[in-house]
Every structure is written in structure tokens, then in C-alpha cells.
Design a protein around this ligand. Sequence first.
Ligand SMILES: NC(=O)c1ccc[n+]([C@@H]2O[C@H](COP(=O)([O-])OP(=O)(O)OC[C@H]3O[C@@H](n4cnc5c(N)ncnc54)[C@H](OP(=O)(O)O)[C@@H]3O)[C@@H](O)[C@H]2O)c1
Length: 231
Amino acid sequence: MISMRFLILGRGKTGSLVAEVAAERKHHLRIAGAKENPACAALTKEKLHDIDAVIDFTTPHCVVANIEACVKAGKNMVVGTTGWYNELDRIRGLVEQHKTGFVYAANFSVGVNLFFDVARAAAAALRHDYAGHIFERHHVHKKDAPSGTAIALQQVIREVSGENEGLEITSFREGEVVGLHEVVLESANDRIYLCHDAKSRRGFAEGAVRAAEWLAAKKGFYDFKDVWREL
Ligand SMILES: NC(=O)c1ccc[n+]([C@@H]2O[C@H](COP(=O)([O-])OP(=O)(O)OC[C@H]3O[C@@H](n4cnc5c(N)ncnc54)[C@H](OP(=O)(O)O)[C@@H]3O)[C@@H](O)[C@H]2O)c1
């Protein structure tokens, strides 16, 4: 594996694990939290000149400014922060304009992406008199609801079933739950439960670091759910 130079944005619960995984995989790291990066101060072309890729696990409030600064500086990015997807098309255009590489995901866990495939298969139920509901549980500190993963799950199932309505999401915030997503499909005769329960945040961190490695030789705008099989 080639050693890369990463700037990790965010020293929080996930960013710190990304740093741990990247160090274990023998990459060189710089890390910037809110203090080192007010108004994207750490993201000028000069400050990023020796960086191969930037990995962002920050907040919905600063992520778009971070993305704009890094892409305009010509840097590849992996973005795990959620809560900015209303800007997706504009950011895709910016990435294409600046010919950089970009991978984003509401969930960088390989297990969750496998779960998307399971949900995709189960979505056929909605064409056979089943009603669907998504439940998601996260820790009380989580800033956005519903989770980006629940919204992605809803999109995946709606795409396959051709149903644009239904499949409501109910969010719970309790204790220190890392991330639990359930899809319940119910007919008059039975109930199908699908569940993914994250045991730790390491799955997210490993997926994000491996996505940054995968992106090294590439340009373009990618959703992790379309590329994780290639890692
Ligand atoms: N895609 C995935 O697989 C995945 C997995 C888990 C979480 N997430 C998402 O990732 C984001 C972070 O989650 P988390 O649980 O790690 O949150 P967290 O523990 O609250 O960490 C957020 C971090 O962002 C930092 N920050 C705030 N403004 C910044 C700025 N301008 N520049 C650099 N860093 C800045 C904060 O720094 P200070 O501590 O210095 O204030 C904090 O360390 C959330 O949107 C969450 O939904 C995604």
C-alpha cells in the first residue's frame, strides 16, 4: 500500500478514529479541528500544497465551505459529514469543473452498504401489499435527524420499488447508540425485519480511509455505495 498524505478535518468522535486508522495504515497525517480551521483558514492552496487528500468528518455548518475551499484548491476529498446533500448537484459541478476526485457517503461502513443491497432486494415487498417503515437510533449528540443513512436507505428502497411515498422514517436519539437502522415491511399476514447495528465507529473510519486510498489515481464524483466493492 502506498503511503499518502492526508489532512483530516474534525477531531471529533469519527475524525479521531479516521486518524487512528490512517496512522495504522502508515499514512502521513495532519489534523485540523474547529480551532485550526476558522473560516477555512487551514484550506488555502498554499496550506494544502503537500496534501494528497482531505477527509472531512466535521459538522453540517462548515462542511460545504470546507468542500468548496478544498475542491477549488484542486484537492481530492472524502466527505463523511452529512446534512449537506441539498447542495449535491452544485458540488458535483464544482468537482467536475476543477477536475478533482471526490467520494461521499452518509455511511462509509462496508456492512451498511451490504445492508443497502439487502434492502434493495427486500424492496420488492412494496409491490406486494407490504407497507414499509424505517427506524433509526443514534446517540443523543447527533445533530441531524433523520440520519443521512436512513435517508439513503429510503432512496434505495424507493428507487427499486418505484414507490415515491410511504416508507416513513422515525428517529430516536438515546444514550450512546452508535447507529442502528431497521427496515420493517409489514403485510396483513406477516412482518419482515431487517436490521443493521453498528458496534463501533471503526467501520466508518476504515471505509473512509480506504475510499481515500482508492481515490488516489482517480478524478470524478463518486457515491461510496457505488464504489465500495472495488476497495
Ligand atoms: N459517513 C459516515 O460514515 C459517518 C459516520 C459517522 C458520522 N458521520 C457524520 O460525520 C460528522 C461528524 O460526526 P462525529 O460524530 O465525529 O461528530 P463530532 O464528534 O461532533 O465531531 C465534529 C468535529 O467537527 C469539528 N469541526 C467543527 N467545525 C470545524 C471546522 N471548521 N474545521 C474542522 N473541524 C471542525 C469539531 O471540532 P472541535 O471539537 O475542535 O470543536 C469536532 O471535532 C456528522 O455529520 C456525522 O453525521 C458520518
